[in-house]
Design a protein around this ligand. Structure first.
Ligand code: ARG
Length: 460
C-alpha cells in the first residue's frame, strides 16, 4: 500500500493493515462531520480576514466546503477508511473538489485543535438536547401530578409502609431531580464553551491568527488561554459523562418504580399497549421492557464514564492518540440518555393509574401511627418519645384485632392510654394524614398544587 497522501511525506510504505485497523476512527468520528465543517468554515474565514490566505484560495475553500455540506445533508459524502478520520476525509474530499487550494486550509491548525474543537461542539449540543429531553420528561410528570394531585398512595421508607403520600407529590420528586440534572448539564455546557481552535498541534502558531474571531463564529465565549491545555483537556467530556451517569441513575430509579408499580402485585399503574411487550410463552404477560431497559442503561453510561476517566488518567501533556478513545463512550452515553428520556416521557404520557389499588396498599401497615403519636403530643402534651410508645402499643392492639388503626374501638385505645378521646379518629384516616402535612415541601394536596403551579410557570 502507498504512503498516506496527507501525512506520509517521509514514509516510503503505507501502513500494515492491522495498523490501519487500530488507527482508523472514521467509523465513529463521522458523527463529528457537521462540527468539523463548521470548524473549517470558521478557520477559513479567519485565514481570509487576517490575510493569511489569498482571497481566491479562501473563496475556493468556502465553495468546496459548501459542496461538502450539501453532500453530507444528502447522505452523499464518501466516508473512506483510507483517510483515517473525519478531518482527513473532509480535507481529502475538498482536494478532489477544488484541487490545490484545499492544501492551504490546514495552515495554522492541527488535527489536535481541530478534534478538540469538533468534539466540544458536539458535546455542547448533546448537553442542550438532553436538557430538552429532561424538560419534556418534567412536563410529562407535571401533567400526571396535576391529574392525580390528591390520589393517595403508600409512602415508603426501607420499602416498608411509612406514611401516606399523594401520587402528585411522588411525581414531583422526580421533577426536582430532573431540574438538578438540567442544572448540571447547563453548568458543564457553560464551562466547556471555550474554543481550542488555534492552539494548533500544541504550542500555538507563528501565523497572525485571530482566535477570538473563530471562537465567536462557533458560538464559544472565547479562546482557551493555554494551547497545551486546549488540545489535551477532556474534562469537558468527563463532566458530561459524570452528569450523564447521575442523570441515568435518576432515570433508573423512576424506571424501577414503573416496573414495580405495573406488576400485578402492586397494580398501581397500567402501561399502555404501546409501551408493553408480551411473552412468547405466557399469554397473560404485559412486560414493562422499556422501563427495564431504562433501568439497565445505567450500566453503559457509568461504564462510559469510568472508561474515559481511565483513558485520561496519567496521560502526559499534550495530545496523545489515547484521546481518540474519548468519542465512543460519549456517543454511547448520549444515545442511551436520549433514548431513555424519550422512552420514559412516552411511557408516562400513556399510562393509566389505579387510585383504588394505591389506596388499598396505603391502608396496609398502619401508616397513620405517626398521626396518632402527633395527636397525643398536641392534645395530651405528651413528650414525643412517650407518644411514640403509646402509638406503638395501639398498633400492636390493632394487629391483634386484625383491623386498621382507625377501626380500633375507642375502649381498646383507652386501655392503652385512658386520656384518648373519640376526637382521635379524625386524624387516623389516610385523607386527614395527607391533608395535615402542609409544611413547605410536604405531601398535602394544597402544597402539591402550589408546586404544580410553580412548575407550570417554570416549564415551557
Ligand atoms: N482522529 C484523531 C482523534 O480522534 C484526530 C487527532 C489526530 N492527531 C494526531 N496527531 N494524530 O483524536
Amino acid at each position: 500500500m502507498s504512503a498516506n497522501k496527507i501525512w506520509g511525506g517521509r514514509f516510503e510504505k503505507g501502513p500494515a493493515s492491522i495498523m490501519e485497523d487500530i488507527n482508523v476512527s472514521i467509523d465513529f468520528d463521522k458523527r463529528l462531520a457537521e462540527q468539523d465543517l463548521a470548524g473549517s468554515e470558521a478557520h477559513a474565514a479567519m485565514l481570509a480576514k487576517t490575510g493569511i490566505l489569498e482571497k481566491t484560495d479562501s473563496d475556493a475553500i468556502a465553495e468546496g466546503l459548501a459542496t461538502i455540506r450539501a453532500e453530507l445533508a444528502h447522505g452523499k459524502f464518501p466516508f473512506r477508511r483510507e483517510f483515517e478520520d473525519i478531518h482527513m476525509n473532509v480535507e481529502a474530499r475538498l482536494t478532489e473538489l477544488i484541487g490545490e487550494a484545499a492544501g492551504r486550509l490546514h495552515t495554522a491548525r492541527s488535527r489536535n485543535d481541530q478534534v478538540a474543537t469538533d468534539f466540544r461542539l458536539w458535546v455542547r449540543e448533546a448537553c442542550g438536547r438532553i436538557r430538552a429531553g429532561l424538560t419534556a420528561l418534567q412536563t410529562a410528570l407535571v401533567v400526571l401530578a396535576e391529574k392525580h394531585a390528591d390520589v393517595i398512595m403508600p409512602g415508603f421508607t426501607h420499602m416498608q409502609p411509612a406514611q401516606p403520600v399523594t401520587f402528585g407529590h411522588h411525581c414531583l420528586a422526580y421533577v426536582e431531580m430532573a431540574e438538578r440534572d438540567k442544572g448540571r448539564f447547563a453548568d458543564a455546557q457553560k464551562r466547556m464553551n471555550e474554543s481550542p481552535l488555534g492552539a494548533a498541534a500544541l504550542a500555538g502558531t507563528p501565523f497572525p491568527i485571530d482566535r477570538t474571531m473563530t471562537a465567536k463564529a462557533l458560538g464559544f465565549s472565547g479562546p482557551m488561554r493555554n494551547s497545551l491545555d486546549a488540545v489535551s483537556a477532556r474534562d469537558f467530556a468527563l463532566e458530561f459523562l459524570a452528569d450523564a451517569a447521575i442523570c441515568s441513575v435518576h432515570l433508573s430509579r423512576l424506571a424501577e418504580e414503573i416496573v414495580l408499580w405495573s406488576s400485578p402485585a402492586y397494580g398501581f399503574i397500567r402501561l399502555s399497549d404501546a409501551f408493553s411487550t408480551g411473552s412468547s410463552i405466557m399469554p397473560q404477560k404485559r412486560n414493562p421492557d422499556a422501563a427495564e431497559l431504562v433501568r439497565a442503561k445505567v450500566g453503559r453510561v457509568l461504564g462510559a464514564f469510568v472508561g474515559l476517566l481511565t483513558v485520561v488518567k496519567g496521560l502526559p501533556l499534550a495530545y496523545a492518540k489515547d484521546l481518540q478513545e474519548d468519542k465512543e463512550p460519549v456517543f454511547a452515553a448520549a444515545d442511551a440518555l436520549d433514548l431513555s428520556l424519550a422512552a420514559l416521557s412516552g411511557m408516562l404520557g400513556d399510562l393509566t393509574i389505579n387510585p383504588a389499588a394505591m389506596m388499598r396498599a396505603a391502608e396496609k401497615g398502619y401508616p397513620t401511627a405517626t398521626d396518632l403519636a402527633d395527636w397525643l403530643v398536641k392534645n395530651l402534651k405528651m413528650p414525643f418519645r412517650d407518644a411514640h410508645s403509646v402509638a406503638a402499643k395501639a398498633v400492636a392492639k390493632a394487629e391483634s384485632l386484625n383491623v386498621g388503626l382507625k377501626d380500633v374501638p375507642l375502649a381498646e385505645l383507652q386501655s392503652v392510654e385512658p386520656r384518648i378521646t373519640k376526637d382521635v379518629f379524625a386524624v387516623l384516616s389516610l385523607e386527614s394524614s395527607v391533608a395535615a402535612r402542609t409544611s413547605f415541601g410536604g405531601t398535602a394536596p394544597s402544597r402539591v398544587k402550589e408546586q404544580i403551579a410553580h412548575w407550570k410557570g417554570q416549564l415551557p
